[in-house]
Design a protein around this ligand. Structure first.
Ligand code: ZN
Length: 68
């Protein structure tokens, strides 16, 4: 009977080390707040393609205006 306790998956958050209680959190590997923070950091690490396109578009427009 005691063995049944250990069949419940209890994992710790990869970020803060707190015990993860929900199934979703265990699957993610992060707690609710840490998952949001980890995701935010991932987004900040990647350059936003939209920003580059805006600058390219702006520069191209300027060049065209000068040539005309
Ligand atoms: Zn956490």
């Amino acid at each position: 009977m005691d063995g049944e306790i250990f069949t419940i998956r209890a994992r710790r958050c990869k970020r803060c080390g707190r015990l993860l209680t929900s199934k979703e959190a265990v699957e993610r590997g992060y707690g609710c707040q840490c998952a949001a923070k980890a995701r935010q950091e991932e987004l900040e690490r990647q350059p936003l393609p939209g920003q580059m396109n805006i600058f390219d578009f702006y520069n191209n427009n300027n060049d065209n205006d000068m040539e005309d």
